[in-house]
Design a protein around this ligand. Structure first.
Ligand code: SF4
Ligand code: SF4
Length: 460
């Protein structure tokens, strides 16, 4: 077993010493994980039109996705985005199990591909780590532990800064780092607190995050069914397990009980006991077992990606459901992408002024009074103009505004005026264009009420 009680403590915590993983799947996981890490560290520094690639400024309620700024007025997109994310998580888990945990979750990526790698480098593989912990406090042990924890703290400080860069942006973060300490005491305390949290998580809490704290992990029991693909041990093929003896006559399964799948497990479980909530689908046990099977000249994937139905002998693999769910997922993601990219630069709500219908003028014209609320959703100030689509109408603004500031909202009241002779029905549909530098960015619809021109018409 790769687990033991922490030396020198009375705690019942079983400290996991995971054997260094290796193999084809681990290599894929490394490539994928390091690519995600690169993206995570690079994204706050990438700017599009002066805005970061991604930013979630909950303090100023400003969010930036792919360089597009979203303000509180775009709440509906975020609500829809959150709903899509929740549906995606559920559908994805029902079909593909906990792949997210093993391959894309920041906790696993940092723990397995960063912190544990440093530990292997300084303290050696799992058995050496255990021996080191059980050894008396020699100078060599203190140096190794000191070096490890200093690096752990340094990386946690780096993660903390990146985390903050996603919230306040790199420019604000740079100011905190370079201005006198007294000017950004709050920011510096936040960085230090986040650093301590990350350090605590990766140096001490570790796999407990996945096995006990993370709510997503605890949802598995509800989300998974017998068609879900999870990492599982093929009991029919593996049992009865045992060491292979030359010339032995009794029937034996493929599992030689070498325990390697348990030794590499970062959550300290034995996958041969069945699907368990603690399994983060990291695939380390698949790699370990595949290497054993290769040596024994037996087919690989005694441990592999299987559904309970498949292992139960059913030929039906549930592919139709996987395809259907994947299609639903793709559709939802496309809708979300469309919502983000089809968002107009200016949002407007046009209303007729309360309690008014029309005003007749001695020069034969008729006017209606309106009020429009305009919101600039871009990251720049916009020169705006209201233009009726039909040339039959003219606009006379009461409180004219030339420029709408970035992220700002403004209310404009205006009269729409028409020659009464041009009016044919009591209610005429009208479209008002909001133009920026002569380009239509939003079209608002309303009605213009007036008695038809020339007719002896009276309102009903
Ligand atoms: S690694 Fe494979 S052969 Fe070894 S104990 Fe695990 S399942 Fe059995
Ligand atoms: S059982 Fe296998 S896949 Fe699951 S966490 Fe352990 S090593 Fe990873």
């Amino acid at each position: 077993m790769g687990a033991t009680t922490i030396p020198g403590t009375k705690s019942k915590r079983q400290w996991i010493y995971a054997k260094k993983p290796g193999g084809k799947l681990f290599n894929y996981r490394q490539w994928f994980g390091y690519t995600l890490l690169f993206f995570l560290f690079a994204a706050p520094f990438v700017k599009i039109n002066g805005e970061p690639f991604l930013m979630f400024n909950i303090i100023d309620r400003k969010f930036v996705l792919f360089g597009s700024v979203f303000w509180p007025q775009d709440l509906h997109i975020f609500v829809f985005g959150m709903l899509i994310a929740m549906v995606c998580v559920v559908l994805f888990t029902v079909v593909y199990g906990r792949i997210w945990c093993g391959w894309a979750c920041p906790q696993t990526i940092f723990m397995e591909l960063v912190f544990r790698r440093i530990e292997y480098w300084i303290e050696g593989d799992w058995q050496q780590q255990r021996k080191l912990n059980e050894r008396p406090n020699t100078l060599q042990k203190q140096l190794k532990k000191g070096l490890k924890h200093t690096i752990f703290f340094g990386i946690s400080f780096l993660i903390s800064n990146i985390f903050l860069a996603y919230i306040i942006g790199v420019d604000a973060l740079w100011k905190i780092m370079t201005d006198p300490v007294s000017q950004h005491l709050g920011g510096l305390i936040a960085i230090l607190l986040f650093t301590l949290v990350f350090y605590g998580v990766f140096a001490y809490v570790r796999e407990i995050v996945c096995t006990t704290i993370c709510p997503y992990g605890r949802l598995q029991g509800v989300l998974l069914d017998d068609q879900s693909i999870t990492i599982a041990y093929d009991v029919n093929r593996g049992e009865p397990r045992g060491h292979r003896k030359k010339g032995a006559e009794e029937e034996q399964g493929d599992c030689v009980d070498c325990n390697l799948c348990v030794q590499v497990c970062p959550t300290g479980i034995d996958i041969r006991n069945g699907i368990q909530m603690e399994c983060v689908n990291c695939t380390a046990c698949i790699d370990a077992c595949d290497a054993v099977m290769e040596k024994l000249d037996r087919p690989k994937r005694l441990i592999g990606f299987y559904s309970a139905m498949e292992l139960g002998g059913s030929k039906k693999k549930g592919n139709t459901r996987a395809i259907a769910y994947t299609l639903v997922l793709s559709f939802l993601l496309i809708v979300f992408g469309w919502l983000i990219f089809s968002r107009t630069a200016i949002d407007g709500t046009l209303l007729r002024a309360k309690g008014s219908s029309y005003q007749k003028h001695p020069n034969g014209t008729i006017s209606n009074l309106y009020s429009v609320e305009l919101i600039n959703k871009t990251n720049g100030d916009l020169p705006i103009q209201l233009v009726p689509e039909s040339q039959r109408f003219a606009i006379k603004t009461i409180n004219h505004i030339d420029t709408l500031k970035r992220g700002a909202a403004a209310q404009v009241s205006f009269f729409l005026i028409s020659d009464q002779q041009a009016i044919q029905t009591y209610k005429t549909n009208v479209r008002i264009n909001v133009e920026v530098n002569g380009k239509i960015v939003e079209t608002l619809k309303t009605t213009f009420v007036a008695p038809p021109g020339g007719a002896s018409w009276t309102p009903q």
